[in-house]
Write a protein that binds this ligand. Sequence first.
Ligand code: ZN
Length: 241
Amino acid sequence: MDISAAELLQAWEDGASLHPVRKALLLLNTAWPEIALTTFGETSIGERDAYLLTLRQALFGPTFTGVGSCPACGEPIELSFRVEDIRALPPPHESDALEIALDSCRVWFRLPNSLDLLAVASHRSVDDARRALLLRCVLDVESEEGRGAHELPEPVERALVEQMERADPQANVQLALDCPGCGHHWLQSFDVFPYLWQEIDDWAMRTLNEVHLLASAYGWSERAILDMTARRRGLYREMVI
Ligand SMILES: [Zn+2]
């Protein structure tokens, strides 16, 4: 994995108006061009997020920080955790069909991927999107009543979703938090992509500002400035301001 400042800036610009799932795929394709274009779309969400964690560590280091608030007493909470704290074991390869058997129903299914998320993104209600996602992921159904994938009993659907979450833990990162004020304990989900994209957004604005300062002061081209190391750009910037 190797991504230059110029490539990251280009991905940031190209991705600006895209759906978040497409943004994430664009970033991964930029960072790992040697991996076929379709691959990232077809890896499970957790596997995709594992790549995003690797990219985030390479770009901005291993530590995540943030602020939140206690849901019980409202006290502000400072969060700090590392990439290795939220790394899960890799899920089975996406071609491995998962299976559940419940209520005289046996269902074979696969884990959802980014292409599935894009396919259901236009559904207005969360329930419709969830149902469409399940339909895409069910590979086969065997039931005494001859049920199809679109008429699974509710407990079977629920069990299927739970099994999907268990099989792809990286897609469902939960931070265990404690409030120092009132002792309340809760789980908060953490999605790496929005966090990473915000960091890239901030980085891009800082970098454009550096390009502007150095180009104005020295007449260097944007490309020449972006090709410098971040350290060298930063040192010149200090001399200019
Ligand atoms: Zn509290």
